[in-house]
Design a protein around this ligand. Structure first.
Ligand code: BGC
Length: 743
């Protein structure tokens, strides 16, 4: 529709019809036969509200989308199509590893392609908007939602944010993309003590330097929607923060798209103690710049009285309604309200071999080899070894993680199925050994019904039998592979935990297996960095596999049997102990840093645990070996004025016998600055494939803007002075040099 016509449409709408465009309800509202009963009524949602609503939350699939859209178009004076929005965070039906694993690939190009595919599936299934990417910077793995983030580094998170936005929106014009909605603005990941929905208190320099860059990168990449956070930021709920949503997001960054609240977060302004009642909440949210109210009654019931009593100008409603209509128009919904979705098209687009193949590649690039004593991995499938594949994840399809809401575990390749591609049947014995978790109290505390709990926790006799079988199987094997991990419900939204160990029952079984004195490979399935300190010595090799997605079993087998030399590198620090949290590599120094060479008492340290993590940011092993050369600069000064640059280079020699790819990481430290700067911060990386015996050089061009930092006004400035530059395979094992930045 041309824009004049669209304007005419807006002008022809009544106030209540315009408000309707700002209301988002979930599927059950549209399917309800009698709205005068039940919870809808209590919320103040009437049949009229449903009939006028502008968008639908979490309904997907060609059949359902078409059905709801067709019914909706028959209602009301104007056939304004509904927008269908849902969470396609790391894949629709072809599910990728969780974003924390995606981060570990350090491969934004591949991720962009994966998100093109995710959008293709989602659009074919009738969706118009995906609530992705989630780009909240995370430093505390007690928070369950770390699984949805690519990690703790602003530079990497920004690269991934841009790649995901580009991928999702790439084929929009062709009708095969979806609108990307970046979330959660802002700093949801800074929830205090990692406890879900807790306040975020972040200093201005840290907010601009650490937390905001990834959202801004999404805006720069053209993201068309943004979602607010459920939390408060420095005392103001993000959903009503005009400074954040207007001054920063729109005025400073130039965002022109639609802003949506998170689930019921406008209503929650009351509970936060920021609004008096639903009308007050509506007033504050729309004034701050939130266009759509997700799943709360506030806009539906509050906006009209605000306008009619002149407490809110109708212009505000017009602006937001216009943004919604414009998005619908951009999607071509006025011409084809179904957005191209049909059951036939959907059928041909989901889980295709090409999409699965890319998912397999992404999944194996996400795997991080944490330990490999005596080069026990890769296993040689032709060596006729007997392998005991043991553990609750040995033959388990539920490896998608909590936020793969549309993925079906039945499509998932198990680790056992992956291994079976490499081994003759007599070489592979599988045993569950134990449940994922046997903690009844945790499930009861989460409100799970007894029946659901019983589906997860086996009766004691069965558990005993499983254990005996596993030990018997292990006794007859040459190598034990123990597939362990968190339960899906232990991470994700509302999955905050204070103890980040593998479940007790799994650790007990592992300890018993260790007594058999056989080589053990531990595979860890988890939605967060776990504290692996007490299982570290129980295994010869450890492979961090996250929730690896639909192709997880294939990917894990490819790495275990050496078809793929692991390249994954951690993007979130693995702590030594929960008491160290939050723990992250790009921290500030103190006036009394601990020095292990000169231990004294009054320094910044714990007396009962090291400061260091178990595995640092950037860490991960590959098969074979490499040697780094000296870190060299082509000049030891860089001028802030003008367009000066210098180049850093470091050589990498493959000293082993297998080809491998090295992810060379470059970090900077500003020695003296008016706002103290992190001990290290990533400014670039290069992936270097090296053949045995070959030497290659990784190089990075450094420009003055890469050395800037945020001041107390949130502005980026550059100060002349000395800078340390580091390069190496992770944030800890680095080569170092320095240069100066002049005026
Ligand atoms: C989450 C959002 C999500 C929304 C819609 C909320 O609970 O915080 O990330 O997009 O639900 O499903």
């Amino acid at each position: 529709m041309d824009l004049t016509k669209l304007h005419n449409l807006l002008d022809s709408l009544t106030l209540q019809e315009k408000i309707g465009q700002l209301v988002q309800l979930s599927g059950e509202f549209f399917d309800a036969t009698d709205i005068s009963l039940g919870p809808q009524r209590q919320l103040g949602i009437t049949q009229e509200t449903v009939d006028l609503a502008g968008s639908v939350l979490n309904v997907a699939g060609a059949r359902d989308v078409r059905r709801l859209q067709a019914a909706h178009l028959k209602k009301g004076r104007h056939p304004i199509p509904l927008l269908f929005m849902a969470d396609v965070i790391y894949g629709y039906k072809t599910v990728y590893p969780i974003p924390l694993g995606i981060g570990a690939t350090w491969n934004p190009d591949l991720v962009e392609q994966a998100y093109v595919n995710a959008a293709d599936e989602a659009r074919a299934a009738g969706l118009h908007v995906s609530f992705a990417p989630m780009v909240d910077l995370v430093r505390d793995p007690r928070w369950g939602r770390v699984l949805e983030s690519t990690g703790e580094d602003p530079y990497l998170n920004s690269r991934f944010a841009a790649a995901m936005v580009r991928g999702l929106q790439k084929n929009l014009a062709a009708g095969d993309g979806v609108i990307s909605c970046v979330k959660h603005i802002a700093a949801y990941g800074a929830a205090e003590a990692g406890r879900e929905y807790n306040p975020a208190d972040v200093s201005t320099p840290s907010l601009f330097q650490d937390y905001l860059p990834a959202y801004k990168a999404a805006v720069d990449a053209g993201v068309k929607m943004a979602m607010t956070s459920l939390t408060t930021l420095n005392g103001v709920p993000a959903t009503a923060d005009k400074w954040l949503l207007q001054n920063i997001l729109r005025d400073r960054w130039g965002f022109t798209g639609l802003a949506i609240s998170d689930y019921a977060s406008i209503y929650e302004l009351i509970q936060h103690g920021f609004a008096q009642d639903p009308t007050d909440a509506a007033s504050k949210a729309i004034d701050a710049g939130v266009d759509i109210d997700m799943k709360s009654p506030c806009y539906a019931t509050g906006l009209q009285p605000l306008v009619t009593s002149s407490r809110l100008s109708e212009e505000k409603i017009n602006t937001s309604a216009w943004r919604v209509l414009k998005l619908k128009n951009e999607l071509g919904l006025f011409e084809d309200p179904y957005g191209g979705t049909t059951e036939e098209k959907e059928h041909t687009r989901l889980l295709t071999p090409e999409k699965r193949s890319l998912a397999r590649d992404l999944s194996r690039q996400a795997l991080v080899l944490l330990k490999n004593d005596a080069d026990i991995l890769p296993l040689d499938s032709s060596a006729n070894q007997r392998i005991a594949l043991i553990g609750p994840y040995a033959d388990e399809q539920k490896m998608l993680g909590l936020w793969a809401v549309h993925g079906d575990p039945q499509d998932t390749v198990t680790i056992k199925a992956g291994f079976a591609d490499y081994l003759a049947p007599q070489q592979l014995q599988t045993a569950k050994g134990t449940d994922v978790i046997r903690d009844r109290l945790m499930f009861t505390g989460m409100g799970l019904a007894e029946e659901q709990i019983n589906q997860t926790i086996s009766p004691a006799a069965d558990e005993q039998k499983n254990r005996s079988e596993a030990l018997e199987t292990a006794k007859n094997a040459d190598v034990i592979v123990f597939a362990a991990g968190e339960h899906t419900l232990q991470s994700g939204e509302a999955g905050s935990r204070t103890r980040l160990r593998l479940p007790d029952n799994q650790r007990q079984l592992l300890a018993e297996l260790r007594k058999l004195n056989k080589p053990i490979v531990l595979i860890v399935i988890s939605g967060r960095p776990l504290v692996l300190t007490d299982v570290q010595d129980q295994a010869d090799a450890i492979l961090q596999a996250w929730f690896p997605g639909t192709e997880g079993g294939h990917a894990i087998a490819d790495v275990i049997f050496g078809r793929y030399n692991p390249t994954g590198r951690l993007t979130m620090t693995f702590p030594y102990d929960e008491g160290q949290l939050p723990l992250y590599y790009n921290h500030l120094n103190t006036g009394r840093p601990a020095d292990k060479n000169h231990p004294t008492r009054f320094v910044s340290r714990y007396i009962d645990a090291p400061n260091k993590p178990l595995y640092p940011f950037g860490y991960g092993l590959s098969y074979g070996s490499v040697q780094y050369g000296e870190l060299k600069l082509d000049s030891d000064t860089l001028a802030a004025a003008g367009r000066d640059e210098l180049t850093a280079a470091i050589s990498v020699t493959n000293t082993g016998t297998v080809p491998r790819e090295e992810t060379v990481q470059f970090y900077i430290h500003d020695q003296v600055a008016s706002i103290v700067q992190p001990v290290k911060r990533l400014i670039g990386f290069q992936k270097v494939p090296v053949q045995p015996g070959e030497t290659k050089t990784a190089a990075l061009t450094i420009t003055p803007d890469m050395l800037s930092f945020a001041n107390r006004d949130g502005e980026f400035i550059t100060e002349p002075g000395m800078f340390d530059l580091f390069a190496g395979p992770n944030s800890q094992d680095v080569h170092q040099t320095s240069f100066s930045l002049t005026e």
